[in-house]
Structures are given as C-alpha cells and as structure tokens.
Design a protein. Structure first.
Length: 391
C-alpha cells in the first residue's frame, strides 16, 4: 500500500459544541416572492462573504421557474463569512461553514418559506478556513474541508439534524509546491460523496491530489482507501471541486490553478479511478489571468459547465456518455465578475451564477442542448455571494 501522507484521528464522540449563533427570527421588508403559482416557485439559500460587503449572513431567496424572476433576498441567519452551505436530503436542515468561527453550523426551518432559521448547534471543524460542506445521501454523515489547515472532518448527524459525534479527522501533510505561493502547504478544498455512498472524495489544491476515503454510511466513519488512497493530478493543477456523472461511471475535477477539468473513469466495484484526459476551461485566444471555481453536470449527463474567474465566463462542454470525454462547445459571460459558484434548478431549465465580485446572482435559460442564454434584467443583488443551493 502506498505510504499515506496523512495523520489520522478518529473520535467516538465530541463532548460539547461551541454555540456561537442564536436563532434568527427576522424578516426583511419587501420579501414576498414573485407572483406565481406555488408549483413554479423554488427556494434557494445563498452563502456570502460579509467582510468587505454589505451582506450579513445567509440569505433565502425565491425563484420563479416560469418567469426567471427572483424575490427580494431575505436574511435568515446572521453569521460572519458563511461561505458554503449544504441541505440535508429531508430538506429540513441547513449546514453552513463559517470561515470566521471555524465551525459548521446547523439550522432548522429550511422547509419554511418565510421567517428566520432556527440555530440547532454548531461544531468546531478543528481546522482553519472551512470552505466546503457536504451531506451524504442518507442524511446521516456530514463532512467539511478546511482549506487553510489542509484537513477534513466528519460527524454523525442526529435524528433532529443536529451535528453529532465527530467520527473522523484527517490532516493532509503533502504539498505539491509546483505553484510557489498557492501550493506551499496542503489545502483541502472540496468534499464529494460518490453516488453509491461508499466513498468520499477530497480535492486538495495544495497537494495536486484527490484523496479517496471509504465511507461507512452506518457509522459515518471514514478510512483511507486501502490500495489507492489518492488520485494524482499533474503538477500545478490545483484541484478544487469534483462531481460524478449521473450514471456514476466518471468523475470530473475542476482545477483552479491550471484552469482545466480532469476526467477520470470510476470503477465502483474497486473504488478506484483511471485518468482519461485534462481539458482547458478557457478559450485559446485568452491570455489574461483567470482561475476556475465550480463545475456541474446536467441531469442527463450530456453537458458539463465550468466557471472561470478572471475570464468571468461559464464554459460549456459536451460529454460523451461512453468514454466520459469532454468536447468544448462555447463560453458565455457569467453575467458579472468572479463567478465563485453556480447551480442548476432541479429540472435543469435554469442556471443561477453567484458572481462574488459584482454582488449579483445572474439567471440563464438552459436550452435543450445545454446552451445558456442570460435573462437580462433578472439579476438579484446580494453582497458577495459565494454559494447558492436550491432546497
């Protein structure tokens, strides 16, 4: 077995939690949703950066899938720098990582369309710069990546949605150093559960690796893969986030530093991966500075999108379902500056891009072929949005 560059600690329980948030029972004026039938309205939660912006925490916003219109954003949880969020599969609990508190916060009341969220509890992530959070398909395992510390933490989720006992902690120690400033130390940047719920994948930007952990859904315990504990990427890639294809046959990683998407074949029986290709997210004529941020696949698995910050665009690729390979199609403006995140509506008819540096959520119609068309005049104003998730 390859030598692990990890120090592993597992805990049966965590005796106490640091509760630094209180219930938010606020409502904003002029927050009614667009005039539409209940069936056409979706609810989304938006994580933001509160420092150097006028945001105050997590916002709820309603989206009309008929017209593409947003309601006025409503502050539902006041936190400092609540960047990324995850929603439990039962759609009743929201988990938020705060880079300021270095904790993951659990909130109830997600199913409501008005009023504030109710703080349940919080737990220290035991690492600086928590930047991504994920819940497994059973709604019982919670995982967080700590960017600055280069570590990941996992917990058991209680029946009522509270963050329960800590079940795993891993400290990465390997750094690629291919990029002098960004890769001097490890930087765990994402957490993604496999479709079969047997693995957790952790892209590490500083190490040019994606760490592979076995996931025991019955206990929420993580263990390094016994024969292939990581996927190696080309030096200077800077892996950030990953996504599996809907058919579960391929895994895609967006690389922040190299501005590429890496494609891997997935052997579910063995829990192993094979490299297929690495493809740029930028047009060949672009010569400026840019870094990637997010990627997503349409539910039919035929179109992949990736966001470029600097070029400020959304790249579209056609996916071959058999080989998993990508073919570049086009680029469209993200509708703002610094597209930190984007998401598709559940029916994949709309895409919403969170442009951090221009303080807006931009709306795009999604064509039958995956083509994006911006809906002018439909933007929502949110200070430094960095994550948007539909309930």
């Amino acid at each position: 077995m390859p030598r692990m560059f990890l120090r592993f600690c597992r805990f049966a329980c965590l005796p106490s939690f640091f509760s630094i948030t209180t219930a938010i029972t606020m409502s904003a004026s002029n927050t009614s949703a667009p005039s539409a039938s209940a069936k056409s309205l979706l609810t989304a939660y938006v994580g933001t950066y509160t420092r150097n912006s006028d945001s105050r925490g997590v916002y709820r916003i309603r989206f009309d899938t008929t017209s593409g219109a947003f309601s006025q954003p409503e502050l539902v949880a006041e936190l400092i720098n609540p960047s990324f969020v995850a929603i439990r599969p039962d759609r009743r609990t929201l988990y938020v990582v705060s880079e300021a508190s270095q904790a993951v916060h659990a909130f109830a009341g997600v199913e409501a369309d008005t009023g504030g969220l109710v703080a349940l509890n919080d737990a220290p992530t035991r690492g600086a710069g928590p930047c991504d959070v994920a819940v497994d398909v059973t709604g019982r395992t919670l995982a967080v990546a700590n960017y600055s510390a280069g570590s990941i933490t996992a917990w058991r989720i209680e029946d009522d949605g509270r963050v329960g006992a800590e079940t795993a902690f891993f400290q990465n120690t390997h750094a690629s150093k291919a990029h002098a400033k960004r890769q001097a130390t490890p930087h765990a940047h994402g957490v993604t559960f496999s479709p079969d719920n047997r693995l957790l994948l952790v892209p590490d930007l500083g190490g040019d690796r994606v760490y592979v952990f076995r996931h025991d859904a019955a206990t929420s315990v993580l263990t390094p893969h016994e024969s292939a504990p990581w996927i190696e990427l080309p030096g200077g890639s800077g892996p950030r986030h990953g996504v599996f294809s809907p058919d579960g046959r391929h895994f895609y990683v967006i690389n922040e530093l190299a501005n590429t998407v890496s494609v891997f074949g997935y052997n579910a029986a063995e829990g192993t991966f094979v490299s297929i290709e690495h493809i740029t997210t930028l047009p060949g004529t672009f010569t400026g500075e840019s870094t990637t941020a997010e990627l997503a696949l349409t539910p039919d698995g035929l179109t992949l999108y990736g966001s470029n910050r600097g070029h400020d665009s959304l790249a579209r690729f056609r996916r071959d379902p058999e080989s998993g390979r990508l073919s570049p199609v086009d680029h469209v403006s993200s509708g703002g500056r610094g597209p930190r995140h984007f998401t598709l509506t559940p029916d994949a008819r709309w895409l919403v891009a969170a442009n951090q540096n221009s303080n807006n959520l931009a709306v795009f119609r999604v064509g039958a072929d995956g083509a994006l068309t911006k809906l002018d005049g439909a933007d929502a104003v949110v200070g430094a949005p960095v994550c948007v998730k539909f309930r």
